[in-house]
Design a protein around this ligand. Structure first.
Ligand SMILES: O=C(O)CCC(=O)C(=O)O
Ligand SMILES: [Fe+2]
Length: 342
């Protein structure tokens, strides 16, 4: 819920404190702070630590190759073009293992749909505080500091359905690229009750991007996360080989990330990306994240292969995993996944 007091706007958030008591705290609405021409960063937003130094959001290290995956190539059947598919699968396995994230091209989602999503999201964040607060929602029964409800439902539907198809192909391709049976991941999702949750992130210009993050480090509790961004690039950063790097993500491309549930299903062959979002002094940035998950009652288990077992992950019920994920996050390093480790 949101309230306005002394000309300032706040989200009212219910939290359970250290003594287990339910308390209501007021969190200033960051977009409003930015609109009021914030010059100094309030202390509460300082969240860059020496362990997590800021990295420049300029162009990433050119020695890091981050090829885009051609989804149309992945779909090509056997025959003369099969070679293209095989090469694309090798590329997919490499980039997914190295980065836990990959760009996609030729995904088949029409540009008009992508622009439609951008328009509606930008339109929403352009509304007044009073108009926006009508859409404040809850998630996992917790008051959220975001806007949850129906504001983008219609235009999102087409996008989400397009994204679902692409994710289904990618899950098959990822299994094949790891020399696993094609349906081994998808069979956990391939039903009507699989969930796609949408989160829209708005990062206003920030007076001290060196001190403040847009989103603190986390992995996504999804199977796959399907991302688009607009406004600026260079905001998404990944902990790669123990260093924070800016993901080389051009503004007009879609990006897909491996989430914790796929790490479990793949028995650690793929690792979920430990990532964060930086802020930017001159430009606002927006992103739309679709989290593709098996239904919460589904039980997922690490893929089995012939021969002696080297399993390090165990069966989990998706809903139990997610409850633990939200209970313990945010954490400094990747801990939620331990819930599913043997
Ligand atoms: O804004 C981004 O690029 C990343 C957003 C993100 O990590 C998330 O919503 O989980
Ligand atoms: Fe994320």
């Amino acid at each position: 819920m949101e309230i306005k007091e002394d000309g300032n706007c706040f989200h009212e958030v219910k939290i359970t404190d250290q003594d287990g008591l339910l308390r209501t705290i007021k969190v200033p609405v960051v977009q409003q702070l930015a609109l009021n021409g914030l010059k100094h960063l309030p202390d509460r937003y300082i969240n860059v630590s020496p362990d997590h130094p800021v990295v420049s959001s300029s162009v990433p290290d050119p020695s890091q190759t981050f090829p885009a995956i051609d989804v149309a190539q992945l779909r090509i059947g056997p025959g003369s073009e099969g070679l293209g598919q095989a090469q694309e699968l090798v590329k997919l396995a490499r980039v997914a293992k190295e980065w836990g994230l990959f760009l996609i091209v030729n995904h088949g989602i029409e540009d008009s749909i992508l622009r439609g999503v951008e328009d509606v999201v930008r339109g929403f964040f352009g509304l007044s505080f009073e108009e926006k607060k009508l859409s404040v929602g809850t998630y996992m029964n917790v008051d959220n500091t975001g806007y949850g409800q129906n504001f983008v439902r219609q235009v999102m539907e087409e996008y989400v359905e397009g994204a679902r198809k692409v994710c289904n192909h990618l899950l098959e391709a990822l299994a094949e690229s790891l020399s696993l049976e094609k349906h081994v991941f998808l069979r956990n999702l391939d039903c009507k009750s699989s969930e796609i949750n949408v989160r829209v992130n708005y990062y206003p210009q920030c007076p001290r991007p060196d001190l403040s993050l847009g989103i603190t480090p986390h992995s996504d509790g999804s199977a796959l996360t399907f991302l688009m961004q607009f406004g600026a690039t260079g905001g998404l950063q990944l902990l790669k080989d123990a260093k924070w790097v800016t993901v080389p993500w051009p503004e007009n491309m879609l990006l897909v990330g491996v989430g914790d549930l796929l790490e479990i299903m793949s028995n650690g062959r793929l690792k979920s990306a430990w990532h964060r979002a930086a802020t930017n002094a001159d430009r606002e940035r927006l992103s739309v994240a679709l989290f593709y998950n098996p239904p919460s009652e589904a039980e997922i288990e690490p893929v089995k292969v012939e021969g002696p077992s080297n399993e390090s992950y165990k069966k989990v019920i998706v809903g139990d995993y997610m409850r633990n994920f939200y209970k313990i996050s945010p954490t400094i390093d990747k801990q939620a996944i331990n819930f599913a480790k043997i």
